[in-house]
Write a protein that binds this ligand. Sequence first.
Ligand code: NAD
Length: 259
Amino acid sequence: MTTHSKTVVVTGVASGIGKATALNFAAQGCAVIGADLQYSDENRARLETAGVTCLVADVRSTASIECVVNGALADTSRLDVLVNNAGMGMVKQIGDVSETDWDTVMDTNLKAAFFGCKAAIAAMLKQPSGGSIINVASNAGLLPRSHDPVYSISKMALVGLTKSLALCHSKDRIRINCVCPGPVENTQMIEENFVGRSDRQEVVRELIQASPLARAWDRMISPGEVADSILYLASEAAHMVSGTAIAIDGGKSLGVPPD
Ligand code: NAD
């Protein structure tokens, strides 16, 4: 797998899957530009030590995501990879969802990726080598979940966006794929599952039980495992791969596992 000397933009880089992804690309010798709302001192130091540029940007703003992508292009004269990773959860039933809730989730999980793709495709169209875009969806983008309908809708639409744009731009050598993680440890997002629960280990056990492979290995999915699939999709090894949705969910989206 080679990704050397590529220019890579990663959104939501300050923690979890985005951080692991940025560190993976930096370790490959890529120029990595990250964007996030904010950074802890510890995570910023870890990223910057690895050579990752840490920008502050709210990807819900079309102007901000364009600025991040176009800034990377201006600095390195190319854009090889965009990882639309920034995202947020929303555990609410329809009766409790306000218009603001809907807009916030859709703008973060879907609109940001669409306009990120728009800016990246404009840059990649000018390169004979095209480029690669990876969207971070979810197992909820493959099989909707009953506890978070707005999140599920946003991620299903992100899978649809991936396939639609992949179909439009394969002719330009621009590949667009997505990854669909299941419950991933060491992320801010998974922390939402522990709110109001006194026994963390019990919650971890429930999360592991929800995915047959996680159950078989008796552990959760790691950010690095998702980051490795993203690295593969960006690499020459995946030059004939576009429009796929790779489930890194321990089989969670396959349905109800046997006892
Ligand atoms: P995380 O909460 O640790 O990371 C998400 C990052 O996105 C955070 O650093 C956050 O600040 C950033 N972000 C959120 N809104 C933003 C905005 N408007 N502008 C810029 N940055 C913004 O969680 P994670 O698991 O690493 O999440 C990464 C992606 O993985 C998300 O799209 C999420 O939906 C997806 N995902 C996560 C899990 C999981 O179990 N953690 C499972 C499936 C899918």
